[in-house]
Design a protein around this ligand. Structure first.
Ligand SMILES: [Zn+2]
Length: 488
């Protein structure tokens, strides 16, 4: 006997058994009970969350010998035929393969057949958004004057592609992605009934992969069972599902946070040598950083982070050691860099350098201190001790022609136009006499060179160069002004 896949064996048979869509099944159940079911029902939602299952349950509930009922018997000829897709009264159509005019004609002819006594003619049309315009037109006519005792159940992952005229004739239900708690509960129930032994971390790993789709989760589980039988270790699961072990990610993240680029580089090198794709690594690193952002702003992040309690606690502990801006900056930079990975001729090298960049990002404290020192300079005081210099005149715009990034730096005056607030006594050494009202290009060039060589200015320029690179990636179009406008 061939192996029956889990998704099929565990296909829900009643509304009660459907996971996580009670807002849909309750309303449909009420409609069944009161006999006030719309003749055209649209089930919209992501893949693998139960659209087809709900459609079939509805068909059986209506056409069961004991129907209409909320608990179709599953034994009468009608129930059995619907389950085997052999019922003459219930027709399943995959719209993707029925887009032509002939198919539409066929469908319209088929609609004319009358249902068996006491039964309904039920059409389940999957991926309805794939129908052609001609097919939609034909459908519209049918929906305007539906044959008696007929029910149309449409399923779609993309309701926006259905013409509004057609949409307005349907009662629409939006199925949701399953929450991780719902998925976990269902997977636990299924694995324990099936006698499959595996650590919960594997189930959580699966859930992270499937974006709320129970069917996809069961497919992954099938792959594990076919590879390892009913006893599955975490290592085995990671290999088969190509899940990235979180320890690998933390080995990269920890030196990044410690601003140790050499250690971060060798950690990412080790991960790449395990054969993990750079894009995959980058995506998982992004997710890891995202967890830390959440843990730094939410007290009870358990619901939002799809990991075990122990791991969430560990993330929260690490997150507390840094401020939320640090993680947000890591996320932003990593997101930009990972978008470029696909374009790089050597994505692995691009990822290595991205990680080095992460490990050398100035911390947000360093940035605040830079800003404070710049402001001190601007107001005529001495910059904070780290600057080393004594009030050279410089500003982020000293390099000339650079766009002003939205970093929160106060736009300070250029070297050729000293701030009126600066007192004469704190004039930097070597700046010469009071500025002449006439332009002196040689002097301006000298001042600019002097400003550029100041350690504080160099530091600012380095930061800005990197920031500008990141900001440009976000710019709507080349040369478009930034959100706060051009200061000049
Ligand atoms: Zn039945």
């Amino acid at each position: 006997m061939s192996y029956e896949v889990l998704a099929r064996r565990w296909r829900p048979q009643t509304f009660e058994e459907v996971t996580g869509q009670t807002h849909v099944t309750t309303t449909l159940g009420n409609g069944l009970r009161t006999g006030k079911l719309s003749h055209a029902i649209l089930l919209a939602g992501p893949r693998g969350v139960g659209k087809t299952s709900i459609a079939r349950i509805l068909a059986r509930s209506l056409n069961c010998d004991e129907g209409p009922t909320l608990k179709p018997c599953g034994r009468c000829s009608s129930c059995v035929e619907i389950a085997n897709s052999t019922s003459l009264d219930v027709q399943e159509i995959d719209a993707a393969s029925h887009t032509g005019v002939d198919n539409v004609r066929e469908l319209r002819d088929s609609i004319r057949y009358v249902a068996a006594p006491g039964k309904h003619r039920i059409f389940i049309i999957d991926e309805v958004h794939m129908l052609s315009q001609a097919a939609f037109n034909a459908l519209l006519k049918t929906l305007e004057e539906p044959p008696p005792r007929s029910l149309f159940i449409f399923a779609t992952t993309d309701p926006q592609k259905i013409p509004v005229t057609v949409l307005s004739r349907m009662q629409r239900f939006d199925l949701k992605r399953l929450g991780s708690a719902e998925l976990l509960a269902r997977l636990r129930q299924i694995t324990s009934s099936e006698g499959i032994e595996l650590p919960e971390s594997v189930l959580r790993g699966i859930i992270r992969e499937v974006e709320g789709s129970l069917r996809d989760a069961l497919t992954l589980l099938d792959r594990l069972v076919s590879g390892f039988g009913s006893s599955i270790t975490e290592e085995a699961a990671n290999t088969v599902l190509e899940l990235v072990d979180r320890r690998i990610l933390l080995d990269v993240l920890d030196p990044v946070l410690a601003q140790d680029p050499a250690a971060a580089l060798s950690a990412i090198r080790r991960a790449l040598e395990k054969g993990i794709a750079p894009t995959r690594l980058a995506a998982d690193l992004l997710e890891e950083v995202r967890h830390h952002v959440i843990a730094s702003i939410v007290d009870e992040p358990g619901e939002l982070i799809q990991l075990g309690q122990e791991e969430v606690t560990e993330i929260a502990r690490r997150a507390r050691k840094h401020d939320v801006e640090t993680f947000q900056r890591l996320f932003r930079v990593l997101l930009n860099r990972s978008q470029e990975l696909g374009l790089a001729s050597r994505p692995d090298h691009a990822l290595e350098l991205a990680v080095v960049r992460l490990a050398t990002l100035p911390s947000s404290e360093a940035l605040s201190s830079l800003i404070a020192r710049l402001e001190a300079l601007e107001s005529g005081g001495s910059p904070a001790p780290e600057g080393g210099g004594s009030g050279a005149r410089g500003s982020p715009r000293a390099g000339g022609g650079r766009p002003r990034p939205a970093t929160g730096f106060r736009g300070s005056a250029g070297p050729e136009s000293p701030s009126p607030r600066r007192s004469e006594t704190s004039k930097p050494p070597g700046a010469g006499a009071a500025p002449s009202p006439r332009r002196d290009p040689a002097r301006e060039a000298r001042l600019r060179a002097e400003a550029k060589s100041h350690p504080l200015v160099r530091e600012v320029m380095d930061v800005l160069d990197a920031e500008i690179h990141e900001i440009r990636t976000y710019a709507p179009a080349p040369g478009a002004p930034t959100a706060d406008g051009d200061p000049s």
